[in-house]
Design a protein around this ligand. Structure first.
Ligand SMILES: NC(=O)c1ccc[n+]([C@@H]2O[C@H](COP(=O)([O-])OP(=O)(O)OC[C@H]3O[C@@H](n4cnc5c(N)ncnc54)[C@H](OP(=O)(O)O)[C@@H]3O)[C@@H](O)[C@H]2O)c1
Length: 348
């Protein structure tokens, strides 16, 4: 069977990456691409790297245009998806790259986003440990999927195995992330001009204000964290187009041995294709995962500081968004999970 697909936000970064991956997918036909201010223009004008899709024209984003497909991807600014998802009741599978359907509590939505709260959907991070299982089990047959926030899924994947195994204390998590500007989207913003980004590292959303904090807490609670979850989260914008390097640390739980700690991550990810733990003493670089659907992880145990340190590299547009979305789509439809996705990056 060939599934018909519509991708909204197709002129943007996340929509463009969804299209790049789907263009190599044997089971889908990309029938419709939509945009907002750029509707009416050829897709190739905005995504000149997508040569095989040069025949497509950007349509207006409207419920009528998106309806009638087997699968709809929404890659819109947060707060915009809800109005379309309400109108896509007959669409068999809808996958939202935005935040609108990620959070399970209205209080978190109100505090970090604001505007209308929409129901939570199945969270699109298949490898995430949840209550003795993996999130992928909840994606089988799903009809509504919320793809993750790129920073959130990177940190959640980094720490969930330790939380699930009870070898770290989730009340005192500290995470600092080097992030590339594509994570903020393609629309023009002064702070993302080359002159503001090149040759400098710029911290932002410092001090508990970043929108991905409740998403991480939610994932860690799902992995088994009990009681208070404390997350000090500091992203730093660095001059690389794509990529996240998240350094996440947490106190070692009383009594946990080095063997138990490393075993927690080895057990969680030993059989995974797209989340890989490096051998002891090795740590990833963002350059190793550019274009790949891979989260690459290194683990250290610092007994002097009494903390576990996990360094994880992802491509924010692949494993952080579009790759996670397509992987989740594959699972939902019963296709081979890795269809159209690569563990290999592009180097140098
Ligand atoms: N970038 C990432 O690394 C990343 C990672 C995870 C999740 N996400 C999520 O993915 C979504 C898209 O992000 P992005 O980075 O791709 O942003 P982007 O590059 O700015 O693209 C936004 C897209 O949405 C369209 N759009 C803007 N306003 C709209 C409206 N009112 N109604 C309908 N369409 C509208 C734009 O169309 P025009 O170009 O025609 O204006 C464009 O196609 C966001 O919710 C973001 O949080 C992004």
């Amino acid at each position: 069977m060939t599934y018909s697909v519509a991708v909204s936000g197709a002129s943007g970064y996340a929509g463009g990456e969804i299209l790049r991956i789907l263009a190599a997918h044997p089971d889908v036909e990309i029938r419709t691409v939509t945009a907002h201010s750029n509707a009416g223009q050829p897709l190739i004008q905005h995504q000149p790297h997508l040569r095989s899709l040069a025949h497509l024209t950007l349509s207006e984003t409207s419920p009528e245009v998106l309806a009638g497909h087997d699968i709809v991807f929404l890659a819109l600014p947060h707060g915009q998806s809800g109005q379309y998802t309400d109108a896509l009741g007959d669409t068999p599978l809808v996958i939202d790259a935005g935040a609108d359907h990620r959070l399970t509590t209205e209080a978190d939505w109100d505090r970090f986003y604001g505007g209308d709260f929409h129901e939570p959907w199945a969270y699109g991070v298949p490898e995430l440990p949840v209550a003795g299982a993996k999130q992928r089990e909840r994606l089988v047959g799903a009809s509504r999927i919320a793809a993750p926030g790129c920073n959130a899924s990177t940190v959640s994947l980094s720490l969930a195995p330790g939380v699930a195994a009870g070898v770290i204390d989730s009340a005192d998590i500290v995470t600092v992330l080097a992030v590339g500007p594509s994570g903020a989207g393609k629309s023009l913003k002064t702070n993302l001009l080359a002159s503001e980004v090149l040759g400098t590292a710029n911290p932002y959303a410092v001090g508990g204000t970043h929108r991905h904090i409740p998403e991480i807490a939610q994932a860690l609670r799902g992995a088994g964290a009990e009681g208070k979850i404390g997350i000090s989260f500091t992203p730093v914008l660095v001059p690389m187009a794509r990529g996240i390097l998240a350094t996440s640390t947490a106190p070692i739980a009383p009594g946990a041995t080095d063997e138990q700690i490393r075993a927690a991550w080895e057990t969680a990810y030993g059989d995974e294709t797209f989340v890989q733990l490096l051998p002891a003493g090795q740590f990833p670089r963002t350059a190793d995962v550019v274009g790949a659907n891979t989260a690459l992880m290194g683990l250290a145990i610092d007994r002097d500081a009494n903390r576990v340190i996990v360094v994880t590299a992802v491509d924010n547009l692949v494993k952080g968004t579009a790759g996670a979305a397509v992987q989740s789509m594959n699972i939902a439809l019963g296709l081979a999970e890795g269809t159209a996705l690569s563990v290999n990056g592009v180097a140098p």
